[in-house]
Design a protein around this ligand. Structure first.
Ligand code: SF4
Length: 67
């Protein structure tokens, strides 16, 4: 599974960081960064929460779930 970010849509409000701080972070200039764009299975639930939390629909989780 891979995270896709629409950086043009992102308004750096940090809701994804709150939902999943192991994956998303904002730098000093409020630019969003991914710590990983292919999160391990134990982080997927948090990423899905971040996707739902994003008010700009800037996040997508794509690919086939194993199993
Ligand atoms: S929740 Fe969405 S708009 Fe907010 S920082 Fe994350 S990706 Fe950007």
């Amino acid at each position: 599974l891979k995270i896709l970010v629409d950086y043009d849509a992102c308004e750096s409000n940090g809701l994804c960081v709150l939902a999943s701080p192991d994956v998303f972070e904002l730098d000093e200039e409020d630019n969003l960064h991914l710590r990983t764009d292919e999160p391990p299975s134990e982080l997927i639930a948090g990423v899905e929460a971040a996707v739902r939390a994003c008010p700009k629909q800037a996040l997508r989780l794509v690919g086939r779930r194993p199993g």
